[in-house]
Write a protein that binds this ligand. Sequence first.
Ligand code: PMP
Length: 385
Amino acid sequence: GSMWSKVEMAPPDPILGVAVEYNKDPSPKKVNLGIGAYRDDNGKPLVLKCVREAERKIANDESMNKEYLPIQGLESFLSQTSKIIFGDESPAIKEQRVAVVQSLSGTGALRLAAEFIALDPSWGNHHTIFKKAGLQTKTYKYLSPDMSLDFDGMKSDVQAAPKGSIFIFHTIAHNPTGVDLSHDQWKEIAKVCQEKEHIIIFDTAYQGYATGDLESDAWAVKYFAHEMKMELFVTQSYSKNFGLYGERIGALNVLCNDAETAVKVQSQLKGVIRPMYSSPQLHGARLVSTVLSDNKLKDLWKVELKQMSQRITEMRSALVRELTACQCPFPNEKFSSWNHIVKQIGMFAYTGLSAQQCAVLTQEHHIYCTKNGRFSMAGVNPGLS
Ligand code: PMP
């Protein structure tokens, strides 16, 4: 027997497990709405033109070697990435108050933020809070049963949390609900967070996917950073908005009150990274920085990003139109239409379907989605009807 024969089988991942089931299904009608990855009008994965062009540029540039990157990542990427989220004219960047490191996409950035909060000696108080929770997480209220934002519930949870609690907010295009705060609601939340000295992590995985515009999708971060002048963690992922899923490229920004602190913070982040994976991957950073530092490619990126977000918006209307036309019954008695799908933004539709209803969709119709009733709208295309 093996020394590991007693090891129990780990449960399948609730999101990635859907793809495994999907791949096993021989039906030609099958649709995968489980994975949050963009698909074109024919249901095919898409590599952006700006990315293909950047790859050609990189391939033809003999000066680009394959040396190790510094622990913090590719310098040209780092200087560009913070501008994408904080804005070109960000005072925080001009005053050198942003400590930024390259990360293994958005997930890696979140993990670095958590490690930093748990480790950094200058955050002693917060450390205790984090540890007291035994690295356990709590949820705050967010969604009402009718699929609208439970703003009062959210605000009172933020208010009731112990001083200095860590909150993860979705910058834009909330996953899985597709329901975001309005600007006025963010202002109210920001005020409470400032009063309670909460630590905010803005998780940014869909910048550009909500409105099709990078600037307006970063509104919440900029408001907290520039108007409220709060210290913040901001994670960035280029998986969705650059279609660079497998390249694993992202960043963690720590916005500090002064430049001196930012230098110290970055040194601590490097201390987290070095024993974890030593230094980050090169290619994704090079792709993103090649596009961002070439105005023509950057403009092309913005056009392509708009096209992706528009196609998803169109698919929302198309889906609701079809569901309404065929008088599809609603998920439960709390619904009187499918219009919540059109109101939601970002990559997902949070349909309200139960796990049993999703199972019927899969078994009878070969439609695959996560058990919480989340559809990746990118998986929907006009050929499906
Ligand atoms: N945060 C949220 C809310 C997400 O939806 C995702 C992607 N599914 C991520 C972070 C990070 O994804 P990745 O590691 O691929 O960048």
